[in-house]
Design a protein around this ligand. Structure first.
Ligand code: PAF
Length: 286
């Protein structure tokens, strides 16, 4: 696996793979990789002949009071994990390479609708930063397909919308969330948790499972379910940010008549903000 830092080297390596008739798969990341990222790369290896990953901690998607500076940079360990998962090429640009005109001089991509509410409300500008960097990376790599984790459910919806709206010929594949045995979704931010916080953290997903169980049992009073689940989160030591039931494809607020649902949550444990989600297909229950 080669690691390149410049767009020129990246394009040269990809041009060579293309000249050999290879399909290009892409997995963009911010590094500090875990088994969830390895699953994305493994999926890309199954679906494409030449797999490119990127590691770039994108300042444009962090708010002023967020964890940009303390976001873990673990390049050597990440390279090993990518190599083990079968990645062929790693792109690790610096901020200058990605934003040569500075952040203020950068053209931005804004995706209406699915960017609004949820993390879009809690983290103003976040999805504009994500959509902008992903668009730039897509233009640099020009992949046939790109793979993202479903743990960042709203991000995946934003990326699907931008690819559709900007007519990019890229297949977007969402991969299921990888969880620890106790149910906690794997996340780079889990590394910030103290031991007691880590022990309490699975309660977040368990509160979603309780909601899902009630919905599968016929309950449709979503505000009531949210209130109960947030009490469970608070009892476990969380400070709720949001908890909502949405229609799974459009992300509009769910009604009792919807069959494809997603429950999305964000909550703080100490100063660490965790997100998770659970999708429900009620089609068979009709
Ligand atoms: O999910 C992430 O790691 C990032 O938001 C992404 C998609 C790599 C863009 O910086």
């Amino acid at each position: 696996m080669n690691t390149v830092k410049t767009i020129r080297e990246l394009r040269a390596a990809i041009a060579q793979a293309r000249a050999e008739g290879k399909q290009i798969g892409f997995v963009p990341t911010m590094g500090n990789l875990h088994a969830g990222h390895a699953a994305l790369v493994e999926k890309a290896v199954q679906r494409a002949d030449f797999v490119v990953a990127s590691i770039f901690v994108n300042p444009l998607q962090f708010g002023p009071s967020e964890d940009l500076d303390k976001y873990p940079r673990t390049l050597a360990a990440d390279q090993q994990k990518l190599f083990d998962a079968g990645c062929h090429l790693l792109f690790t640009p610096d901020v200058e390479e990605m934003y040569p005109n500075g952040m203020d001089g950068q053209t931005r991509i804004s995706v209406p609708g699915v960017s609004e509410g949820l993390c879009g409300a809690s983290r103003p500008g976040h999805f504009e930063g994500v959509a902008t960097v992903v668009t730039k990376l897509f233009n640099m790599v020009q992949p046939d397909l790109a793979i993202f984790g479903q743990k960042d459910y709203q991000q995946l919806a934003v990326i699907r919308a931008l690819v559709r709206d900007l007519n990019m010929p890229i297949q977007i594949i969402g991969e299921p969330t990888v969880r620890a045995q106790d149910g906690l979704a794997l996340s780079s931010r889990n590394g910030y948790l103290t031991e007691p916080q880590r022990a309490a953290a699975p309660a977040l997903y368990h509160s979603l499972e309780h909601m899902a169980e009630a919905i599968r049992g016929g309950e449709r009073d979503f505000p009531q379910l949210v209130a109960i689940a947030q009490q469970q989160q608070i009892a476990a030591g969380f400070r709720p940010d949001y908890l909502e039931v949405r229609e799974a494809n459009s992300l509009r607020p769910a009604t009792g008549a919807d069959h494809q649902l997603v429950i999305l949550v964000a909550a703080f444990i100490g100063s660490t903000r965790l997100i998770d989600n659970l999708t429900l297909d009620l089609g068979a229950a009709r």
